[in-house]
Design a protein around this ligand. Structure first.
Ligand code: SF4
Length: 293
């Protein structure tokens, strides 16, 4: 893998644009948290993404799956760059399979999770899978459940990107067939273990988002699911589709958060860092800019 560009601030967050041995470009990133005691790697799993969500720059094209070897190379490239060695001793080492690509389309993600403990110390390791739950992801998610129970029982994070409780709006934002709320809830109920992490339901909130708390309560148990609210990042696609963030500061939309809390949900408001947006490390946008150049 040849790194073509590294953009950002080594103390906060950096994005890597690299060419793999198959001569295709990918991007991946890391960010530092908790007074530099925690590192979060955000890795790509596909070359582009066939889903083409309306606010995501990864979805402009799709050129196939990234191999297990090239997913591991993203990890070693970041660790060697940041720490001068292919390891980290920080308090928390988190990997999100959430940069470019819907991870359930790539079975090599499961191989990475299975083989990770053979290469790295998993003591402080938190793997995190984020999916829109596209139709056909059943086999992947069943295998993931087995791997989680074997290696990461109380540490793996599972996130479903929901974005709207209005079916029409949800389909517009994520234009592929997806699991309905009942199916997501049934899977989440099986995934959840006492002592483990709650299942995250993520809402990237736009100015005209529809988030009906009663609808959520019908399906998602407040003891097993939590709600993560994020802003819409200023990507090229969000701008093109005129999707403006409904959240700009940590005080925004408190009525939504208050309603969710009143309904019993734990709510995480994840703003990211302003500088991260400027670096472009929040979404799959840097490769698009690099390719355009
Ligand atoms: S948000 Fe995820 S699923 Fe949607 S286009 Fe981007 S990478 Fe693909």
């Amino acid at each position: 893998m040849k790194v073509k560009q590294i953009i950002g601030n080594k103390n906060l967050a950096e994005v890597f644009v690299a060419k793999t041995n198959s001569n295709k470009l990918i991007e991946f990133a890391y960010s530092m948290h908790c007074d530099n005691k925690k590192i979060v790697l955000t890795l790509s799993t596909l070359y582009g993404c066939p889903v083409a969500c309306k606010f995501c720059d990864a979805g402009g094209y799709f050129e196939g799956n990234i191999s297990e070897q090239d997913i591991f190379k993203q990890i070693s490239t970041v660790l060697n760059h940041k720490f001068g060695d292919n390891k980290t001793n920080l308090d928390e080492f988190k990997i999100q399979f959430a940069r470019m690509g819907e991870p359930t389309f790539n079975a090599d993600v499961l191989k990475v999770l299975t083989n990770f403990p053979k290469i790295y110390n998993t003591k402080n390791f938190v793997p995190s899978i984020s999916t829109i739950a596209p139709e056909g992801c059943e086999t992947f998610l069943e295998n993931l459940l087995e791997i989680k129970n074997k290696f990461y029982k109380n540490t793996m994070q599972m996130q479903f990107s929901i974005h709207s409780t209005n079916e029409e709006k949800r389909n517009w934002l994520m234009p592929v067939k997806k699991w309905n709320f009942e199916k997501i809830a049934n899977y989440g109920n099986r995934f959840f273990t006492k002592g483990g992490k709650k299942i995250t339901l993520n809402f990237a909130v736009a100015q005209d988002s529809v988030i009906n708390v009663d609808e959520l309560k019908k399906y998602f148990d407040t003891n097993k699911f939590l709600i993560k609210i994020t802003p819409i990042n200023p990507t090229n696609s969000a701008n093109k589709n005129k999707i403006n963030s409904g959240i700009k500061t940590s005080d925004d939309n408190c009525s939504l958060i208050a309603q969710l809390k009143k309904a019993g949900y734990e709510v995480i408001l994840s703003m990211g860092e302003l500088e991260e947006n400027e670096i472009g490390s929040n979404c799959g946008q840097y490769l698009t800019n690099h390719t355009k150049k």
